[in-house]
Every structure is written in structure tokens, then in C-alpha cells.
Design a protein around this ligand. Structure first.
Ligand SMILES: [Zn+2]
Ligand SMILES: [Zn+2]
Length: 280
């Protein structure tokens, strides 16, 4: 198990490696560019090379890129769908340039079109993108989402069906967010609930596809459908529950990435040290 956090790229991607190292990270997740805008920024090849070199020097691996929030590969609106596809493809090319192992993307929202249509659209966009990028090295990792609104991605069976319909085999993996699962009704705070949830992931998606755990406590309760991450051990999953997840044999080889609040500069180092103490 390698432990890291989502780290800011302010001032250039290579700066993220210094910040990750200072916080105690062994692995890292970053945004590849502006997470909130549609504008496609040109590749900074020198910056990417520097990022790869610094990751090697500091032994930071695996490296994950998180997709911009605006991308919705299930969008019913053709303009948003086309913009999403273009941004997705560009970001995957950027991920390869950064030497990333995985690119994390939320399963989209159908906005009234219905779950089946939304899932088919997401699967089609994955097929189309992977066909267009036959040499892509970065693995696409579908993240389970909190079950707000017309979300498709809070149920493991929906994610399994999208992977199936996309027919892309080993190029698609799974990112398991603990906060999102908990607020969607999977009770991973108890021993029995955790075992049941991991069995369900294995049966529907396959634990071999699970490459990264977004390791977050939750401000709100089981099944609350409210997505607010909390510091490790200070939320509703709680310290004992999170410790049990970190020590679960099925997750021993996975990367754990924290997306916990950053209210002070001490927050990341403290949360990371606590998770390191869990693994014993
Ligand atoms: Zn997440
Ligand atoms: Zn979240």
C-alpha cells in the first residue's frame, strides 16, 4: 500500500512533487491543468519532463491525474458532450506525457435522459476515445460518485455495466472513493459492511480493476447522499472504520490517495502520518 494525497500544481506541475514530498506522500494525484475551465491549455513538454524526473528522484509513484470537474461523458447536451470528449482526449494525452499510471474520471450525470441512456453514452465515449488513442499508456479509472441528483456512478453495478459495454478490457479500471460509497449507502464503517462492499466490488467489477482508493472520511452520514470529505478519523466513517479499511487484505497492494480538507498547511502531513500509522 502506497499513501499519497491530491496535491496542488500551482506554479507548475513539477512543484507538486516538492509539496508531495514535504507532506510525506509516497504516491500523488494532481490535476493536469485548469480543473474548472473548458480552455485547452497547450502542453508544457519541459514541465512534464521535469515532473517525471522529480517523481523518479523522490520515488513518488504511482502517479494519478484527476479529470477536470466539467467533463461529463454522459451529457445529453451535444455541445457539452463534444466539449467533454475533446477535453477528455486532450487530458489523456497530457497524462501520458506526465508519465501517469491512471487518469481518474467521475462517471457522468444523465440529466433527465435516464440511467440506461446515460450509461450507453458514457460507454460509447470511452470506446471512441480509446479507439482514437491506440497507444495510450495511462489507464482510465472510473470513480464511484456520491449519489446526488441524476448521478450514474454511485452504484457498482452501473460502473460494471459501463466497463462491460465499453469493451475496452484492461484499459479501464476502478477508483474506489470511501466517502462517496458511504454516503451512497455502502456501510464501510463496520467490519461486516466493509467485507460485503468489497465482495460486491469483486463480484461486479473485479478487485483486480481497483487501482486506487480515494481515502476520505465523510462529514455526513451513511446514505446521506451529501458529498463532503472530512479529515481522517474526524468524520462519520471514523478512525476505527478507516483503520480497518487501510488494513484490509484485499486492499494491501492498492494506492491510497487522500482528498481531505486543506484548511491549514499541517492538515495533509497530519492525515498522511495517521494513515501510515494504520498500516502498522
Ligand atoms: Zn474522489
Ligand atoms: Zn467527493
Amino acid at each position: 500500500m502506497r499513501i499519497g494525497a491530491h496535491i496542488s500544481i500551482a506554479g507548475g506541475v513539477a512543484k507538486a512533487v516538492d509539496r508531495a514530498k514535504a507532506a510525506g506522500c509516497e504516491s500523488v494525484q494532481i490535476f493536469s491543468g485548469n480543473p474548472r475551465g473548458w480552455k485547452i491549455v497547450p502542453f508544457d513538454e519541459a514541465g512534464a519532463a521535469e515532473f517525471r524526473r522529480r517523481c523518479r528522484e523522490e520515488e513518488i509513484y504511482p502517479v494519478f491525474i484527476h479529470s477536470p470537474y466539467l467533463i461529463n461523458l454522459s451529457a445529453a447536451d451535444p455541445e457539452i458532450y463534444e466539449k467533454s470528449l475533446a477535453a477528455f482526449r486532450n487530458d489523456l494525452e497530457r497524462s501520458d506525457l506526465l508519465g501517469a499510471d491512471g487518469f481518474v474520471i467521475h462517471v457522468g450525470y444523465h440529466r433527465g435522459e435516464g440511467t440506461a441512456a446515460g450509461m450507453e453514452k458514457m460507454a460509447a465515449s470511452l470506446r471512441e476515445t480509446l479507439d482514437a488513442l491506440p497507444d495510450l499508456k495511462t489507464e482510465i479509472l472510473l470513480e464511484n460518485t456520491a449519489s446526488a441528483g441524476s448521478s450514474l456512478g454511485h452504484r457498482f453495478e452501473n460502473i460494471a455495466e459501463i466497463i462491460d459495454r465499453a469493451g475496452a478490457g484492461e484499459k479501464l479500471g476502478f477508483c474506489f472513493d470511501t466517502c462517496h460509497a458511504f454516503v451512497s449507502g455502502y456501510d464501510i464503517s463496520s467490519a461486516a459492511g466493509l467485507d460485503g462492499t468489497l465482495e460486491e466490488i469483486d463480484r461486479l467489477i473485479g478487485l483486480d480493476r481497483l487501482k486506487i482508493v480515494h481515502f476520505n472520511d465523510s462529514k455526513y452520514g451513511l446514505g446521506s447522499r451529501r458529498d463532503r470529505h472530512e479529515h481522517i478519523g474526524e468524520g462519520m466513517i471514523g478512525r476505527a472504520g478507516l483503520r480497518r479499511i487501510a488494513r484490509h487484505p484485499a486492499l494491501r497492494e492498492k494506492a491510497f490517495i487522500l482528498e481531505t480538507p486543506k484548511r491549514t498547511p499541517e492538515d495533509d502531513p497530519r492525515n498522511i502520518a495517521l494513515v501510515k500509522s494504520f498500516r502498522g
